[in-house]
Design a protein around this ligand. Structure first.
Ligand code: GLN
Length: 480
């Protein structure tokens, strides 16, 4: 099978009997064994082969789903019964969840074969995958460069052909930015669309799971299986519709697409975005400028809110009930102190400390409350923009992947990488990143954003764009 085959191509091969799910799974496991990007934390050879055998039986008996027998990898933030879930942290190095996350269970029920768990920034905090306890991940396009983060292992694995698709999570950009850096397509659904049950919590008012794959069609197939109401997640949206349950619908003609003026200053990828605009104009859509006036405040607002929520979510890792426990504690306080000091990495500690500070008596009003008010203003900016336009076209990140180590000494510069992804997260909107060209030989992505629950609209625009361009079919091997 071609190394970068899409899910749709693999589906056809399975259905035609060109190969079995077992053969396909073996093929990917062999490639993973040769991986030089460090994209995986755990490979589940035994589980994958058993799932593939079951898928072959199911296909033979004629009760397969469109996903039965297709391989996938899960970001190591999703709980998998019987298989370690580390969240990229020493704290959870030996944690084996007693249950499957809803996303994992849904895909398993559909017959997907889980190859293993992908590398990630510790507790999903980061934009470069350099914060993993299990080591940095290399960008398959250029090994000296980062794959983006925090779903860097998932993005690298898809780009390197180690899996045709993967799950990711996006709190402030962690699906979209690595998709952009690795030349693949990734969707962050509307907040509440995909259940967070069994997804290790980082910032609960922002966290959202979603798919990463080669193109919009594959992403749509996956989101249709991942999405849906779940009573075990209190923020799960109770809706009748599932996006793309019958594939991506036809795109309405003559969409009005907004260009947020604040996003288009000093961009490294301005020419590439102009070309996206030209392609979409050729398809009959029109473009207008829109304003998102509170954009500048989004990064500080996000880092106050995400840090505050992380500081409370991560308090459960106390060395008593979960995760790493220090040797020979002298007292309860010593147990907490050393277990947490040893179990968490530097960036996670930075977030816990700043988040605790923002929530503390005396600073709560100045930071946390203020951030909540600005969050509302940012959401209102998007709501007014969507009174005028159907979709927004924006950069996903300011430029292509950067070199490993380039931003590690300057956390604020690292946080600024998220300038175009965090506003959307604060507003809870659906957004996707799709490959739209190359800068300095590295892939870059364009971001499409829509109003809440309009995933089908941006997937439709992305599908139409991918029908007339071939950026999403480029592979790192061909580039070398
Ligand atoms: N880079 C952002 C952060 O470090 C976003 C992470 C994410 O979306 N999980 O918080």
């Amino acid at each position: 099978m071609e190394r970068h085959a899409t899910l749709a191509e693999l589906r056809r091969a399975l259905d035609n009997g060109d190969l079995s799910a077992i053969e396909l799974t073996r093929d990917y496991l062999t490639r993973i064994a040769d991986d030089s990007t460090n994209a995986f934390i755990n490979v589940d050879e035994e589980g994958a082969l058993a799932a593939a055998a079951a898928a072959d039986e199911r296909l033979a008996s004629g009760d397969g789903t469109p996903l039965t027998g297709l391989p996938l990898a899960h970001k190591d933030i999703f709980c998998t019964r019987g298989l370690a879930t580390t969240c990229g942290s020493r704290m959870l190095e030996n944690f084996v969840a007693p249950y499957d996350a809803t996303v994992v269970a849904r895909l398993k029920d559909a017959g997907v074969v889980n190859l293993g768990k992908t590398n990630m920034d510790e507790f999903a905090m980061g934009s470069s995958n350099e914060n993993s306890y299990f080591g940095a991940v290399a960008n398959p396009w250029r090994e000296s460069h980062v794959p983006g983060g925090s779903s860097g292992g998932s993005a690298a694995a898809v780009a390197a052909g180690l899996t045709p698709a993967a799950t990711g999570t996006d709190t402030g950009g962690s699906i979209r930015q690595p998709a952009s850096f690795c030349g693949i397509t990734g969707l962050k659904p509307t907040y509440g669309r995909v259940s967070r049950y069994g997804m290790v919590a980082f910032a609960s008012s922002l966290d959202q799971g979603g798919p990463m794959a080669h193109n919009a069609e594959d992403v749509a197939l996956l989101v249709s299986a991942m999405a849906g109401f779940d009573r075990r997640d209190s923020t799960s949206a109770e809706r009748e519709d599932t996006p793309c349950s019958n594939g991506i619908p036809a795109t309405p003609e003559k969409l009005r697409i907004g260009l947020p003026r604040e996003y288009y200053h000093n961009l490294d990828i301005a020419a590439e975005l102009d070309a996206v605009r030209a392609s979409l104009e050729n398809l009959g859509h029109t473009f207008v400028d829109v304003n998102l006036p509170h954009t500048e405040a989004a990064v500080p607002t996000y880092y106050v809110i995400a840090g505050a929520e992380a500081s409370t979510n991560l308090s459960r890792f106390d060395g008593v009930r979960f995760g790493h426990r220090c040797e020979n504690p002298e007292s309860l306080e010593d147990l907490y102190d050393r277990s947490r000091s040893e179990g968490f990495g530097e960036e996670v500690k930075r977030r816990i400390l700043t988040g605790t500070y923002a929530l503390s008596v005396g600073y709560f009003d100045a930071y946390y409350l203020q951030a909540q008010k600005i969050r509302r203003l940012i959401a209102n900016d998007f709501a007014s923009a969507f009174e005028d336009v159907d979709v927004l076209l924006a950069p996903t990140a300011p430029g292509p992947a950067f070199e490993r180590g380039a931003l590690t000494k300057d956390p604020v510069a690292m946080y600024q990488q998220d300038i175009f992804t965090v506003p959307v997260s604060l507003a809870g909107l659906p957004a996707l990143s799709m490959p739209c060209g190359f800068v300095d030989g590295l892939p870059v992505g364009a971001q499409l954003v829509a109003a809440p629950f309009q995933e089908e609209l941006i997937l439709g625009v992305a599908r139409d764009y991918q029908n007339v361009t071939d950026w999403h079919t480029r592979t790192p091997e061909a580039a070398q």
